[in-house]
Design a protein around this ligand. Structure first.
Ligand code: 5GP
Ligand code: MN
Length: 323
């Protein structure tokens, strides 16, 4: 850890130590890292005697509702009372909290804990570890630094954060330390097969039908591959928008592909773009240039344009980045 990061962590620990009511905020379309890190952190703060509330700008996907504490998460705008501290985990920029902005008006200064290299350092204190494979790793360190003894419920949250953001320990970001932390979490009682089964082996028939329809749009151009989701596919399959999560891994898994893109038009006049690379191309630069953000190997953006226009804009930027 850099000395700047260790100083920032010390400052966060001090501030959380002095806090009594903490608002924790999930990011839009919350994923396993956002949910797992945030719920583990909320439990750790409660163990220190703090009052906590967790607010979500979008619903928790059903396959992540098993994470301990998920049942107490409230919708944006539904928090009550006021907070002396706001804590964001896994949130690269302020616009990632969507409708939870209203809840923030009754909260104190923002503490920003993250692992995105594109993090915009919007907090009063910013503790960012870009080499961490998941915000769950950063959260693990922070909970330890707070002197809280991890219990099995916190361990499940942290394990979910790490196993989802690393593609089950497969991505370039994974280190020996990622595995050592995971080993600690298993030692606390996490059952990895049970977690994996709940997250990945509980799919709806509609989501498999959506996958089949999307695969028919798969296109390849050398080391670049992409796929679409259209409003018609969502309607015909009956799948929900959150069920597009993970589809980008299909073009990514094609042999010889370096960059994969999923274009998801959910019929709201905008296109959600997911970008992945396997080894070489920094897709976060592409996403940032289009108003989004993320990591070198996983990034995204939302474009207010048609699917055809999004294809043109994104594929042009990706081709340039690949040269
Ligand atoms: P996904 O493709 O799974 O939605 O997102 C991949 C990564 O890119 C995640 O780490 C996420 O934080 C980041 N990301 C996706 N969309 C956006 C966006 O619109 N803005 C920012 N800042 N980051 C994004
Ligand atoms: Mn993350």
């Amino acid at each position: 850890m850099s000395s700047a990061a260790s100083r920032d962590r010390r400052r966060i620990v001090e501030r959380l130590g002095a806090a009594s009511r903490v608002l924790l905020v999930l990011h839009v379309r919350p994923d396993g890292d956002s949910i797992g890190s945030t719920l583990a952190m909320a439990a750790a703060l409660r163990a220190l005697g703090k009052a906590t509330e967790v607010v979500a700008p979008d619903p928790i996907p059903p396959n992540l509702a098993f994470v301990p504490g998920a049942g107490a998460v409230v919708d944006a705008g539904a928090t009550r009372g006021s907070f002396d501290t706001a804590l964001f985990l896994d949130c690269a920029s302020l616009d990632r909290i969507g409708g939870a902005t209203a809840d923030l008006e009754r909260a104190g200064p923002i503490l920003n804990v993250d692992h995105h290299s594109s993090n915009q350092r919007y907090g009063e204190i910013n503790y960012v570890e870009p080499q961490a494979a998941a915000c769950g790793e950063v959260t693990y360190d922070l909970i330890r630094a707070l002197g809280v003894a991890l219990d099995v419920e916190m361990a499940v949250g942290l394990y979910v954060a790490i196993v989802t953001d690393t593609g089950s320990f497969r991505y370039q970001s994974v280190t020996a330390r990622t595995h050592r932390i995971a080993a600690q979490l298993l030692g606390l009682g996490v059952r990895p097969a049970e977690v994996a089964e709940r997250i990945w082996d509980n799919r709806s028939l509609a989501s498999l039908r959506l996958e089949a329809a999307a695969l028919r749009t798969l296109e390849r151009e050398g080391e670049l591959a992409w796929m679409d989701v259209t409003p018609q596919m969502l309607a015909e399959s009956g799948a929900a928008a959150y069920e597009t999560e993970g589809l980008v891994n299909l073009p990514r898994s094609l042999e010889g592909v370096e960059v994969a893109v999923l274009f998801s038009d959910e019929g709201r006049g905008e296109v959600r773009v997911s970008l992945r690379s396997t080894a070489r191309v920094d897709v976060s630069t592409v996403a940032v240039s289009l108003g989004g953000g993320g990591h070198a190997r996983a990034a995204g953006c939302t474009l207010g344009m048609s699917l055809a226009a999004a294809h043109a804009a994104v594929l042009t930027a990706v081709r340039a980045a690949m040269r």
